[in-house]
Design a protein. Structure first.
Length: 254
């Protein structure tokens, strides 16, 4: 993916990593459209950063995704990058019979079905472009589990394997598949995470991601240094120690 000259749609970009990345990409000469459920929040972001475009979308709703895709493509037929940013992370207790199912189902709908539906809505258009990118967003927890968020871990592992598989299917086409793999970052994804000493400052994360995109435009996985402890535990042979350390140090780290 080139660092500039793109037209990019980022659903789920009204806060946290999504909004910070949207602003950074916009500042580097990209046309960026952000999507979110709350129109009042979208309007506030547009006032703060007038160069960002906005569109209302609920990534848990298939009809909303189709409608947003139609709007984005009608207004921005040059669109060549989709970043499937939307996601939720919630604590679950599977040892309590009624303590997890609703949360697990909502997590799967948002974190897995959402990206699948988004890609389905845009893939025909992206394949018609001379060069296009799908950027998925997994997590360090795709590779080492946090005890309190089992379904989040599972959906991010699924996103990783979906990315690997789509890259094989689109090999030789105009569409590249890039996977962004965040570590714990200081955002409001989980209660207390914005103040966590174990989480990476958001500005530092975005700066490193932008540098990686710029210096490694052919990369298939965007990995800041902080995520490599989780990402390569099995390859290094210290996976049990990685899992133990993760779950001992930071109940909200990802």
């Amino acid at each position: 993916m080139n660092i500039s000259g793109n037209t990019i749609f980022i659903p789920g970009a009204t806060s946290g990593i999504g909004l910070a990345l949207a602003r950074a990409l916009n500042a580097r000469g990209n046309t960026v459209i952000i999507g979110g459920r709350r129109t009042d929040l979208l309007e506030s972001i547009a006032r703060e950063t007038p160069s960002l475009r906005t569109v209302q979308v609920d990534t848990t709703d298939a009809d909303s995704i189709r409608a947003a895709a139609a709007t984005v493509l009608a207004e921005h037929p040059e669109l060549n990058v989709l970043i499937t940013m939307a996601g939720i992370m919630r604590v679950e207790d599977w040892t309590t019979p009624a303590g997890f199912l609703d949360t697990a189902e909502a997590t799967v709908t948002t974190n897995l079905l959402g990206p699948i539906r988004l890609i389905a809505a845009f893939i025909e258009h992206l394949r018609s472009m001379n060069a296009a990118t799908i950027m998925t967003v997994s997590s360090g927890l795709a590779f080492a589990p946090l005890r309190v968020t089992p379904t989040y871990n599972a959906t991010k592992a699924a996103i990783h394997m979906l990315s690997e598989s789509l890259r094989l299917q689109f090999d030789g086409s105009s569409v590249s598949v890039v996977e962004l793999e965040p570590p714990a970052v200081r955002t409001a994804l989980m209660p207390g995470q914005e103040e966590s000493e174990f989480a990476m400052p958001l500005d530092d994360f975005i700066s490193e991601v932008m540098a990686l995109i710029e210096t490694q435009p052919e990369a298939t996985e965007i990995q800041v240094e902080n995520v490599k402890f989780l990402r390569y535990g099995e390859a290094r042979g210290d996976y049990p120690q990685v899992v133990a350390t993760l779950n001992r140090l930071d109940p909200h780290g990802h």
